[in-house]
Design a protein around this ligand. Sequence first.
Ligand SMILES: *Cc1c(COP(=O)(O)O)cnc(C)c1O
Length: 392
Amino acid sequence: MTLDKRLGQRFLPYGANYLDWDDMSELRHAVEHGVLFRYQTETESVASRLERRVARELGAGHVLAVHNCTEALRLALVSTRPRVGDVVYIPAVTFVAVAGAVLSTGLVPVPVDVDDTFSLDASLLPEDAQRVIVAHMEGTVAPLPEGVPYVIEDAAQALGARFPDGRRAGTRGYAGTFSFHHNKVLTSGEGGLLVTQDPRAWAVMRCYHDHGSARQPGRYPTWDEDAYYGENLVTSEEVAAVQLQQFRHLEEILAGLERHYAIAVRELPDRPDVELMARSAGDAKTSIRFRLESRELRDAAVARLTERSIANWTLGKYLLPEHPVLKGRRSLYADGFPWNLGADQPRGISRDGFARTRDLLDRTLCLPLSPELPEADQVVAVKAVRQALESL
Ligand SMILES: *Cc1c(COP(=O)(O)O)cnc(C)c1O
């Protein structure tokens, strides 16, 4: 793809740059064997190979492939055996799928304010918090709250990122979730993974995701005497095959993002009114982010970049307390389930009614990095951004 075209692509997923018929051996294998259902075969399925590879590469004890990250979040939540109406603390800044996953599990989301890097501020959590979802936004690894029995790490945007101790995002909490949606680090169009270090939690998740059954691969499902109801969240072989192909390129993509980020740090003007937000060493460098002095300056920067066809995005859409679904406590159920069970729950937890967070979001600007470009082209891309910002 030409540089001009690449710069102009708004939501091109990183992994999609690596989709190539000559590199689809897993997909060919699935099609040639005529098996697209993972439990149709007694031999190792493509989905099981995927899970094994992810466990090895991420250092995750147990992995389960599902259709998307929203499902993975729901499965993680239900596996904690909550009571309907229980509260789940979620970040005030994240994609609405997090709130939807909580609500559709019969639980009540309470957004908690975030810090400067848009990570949930654990110091605001009540002492008796039982369930917290932490989101590693834009590849930034968020610290995990301590002393909470069920911390779920939403790593939808942070596949491959590492904590300061070297462990991968998603592998330190009770459970971690990943997305292969179109605009994530890797993509299979739709796709999700759930990981946990706890073998008993994994056994519960695996049953629930296959109708509550204790199925042996290659057989019709069976139900134990103490089986509970479940759903069908079982992935397909062809999707797992694309995910496996994508996974083979993960380190290459992370390294390409790292290189492009380093060029940006070196080459971009660090004006006091256009501050480049520093990233931690372990972050997946999925974007460069700027914090500008004012909203007006941010909007002017968006206009300059956009008129030069340079892809960019802003984060205001992620402010959940202002999302219509949370603001209006909206539900399709006639009795407002499950909001009706949390009528006395706070609308959110913040020191200042989310004013500081709203201001930070209004002044933030993100640009994609292009891991697949050779270094010389990455330099050219960064220079185009520099010119646009210098013209402000
Ligand atoms: C994309 C995303 C999700 C949802 O992932 P899907 O695979 O589309 O269901 C959840 N959380 C965050 C932070 C996301 O960015």
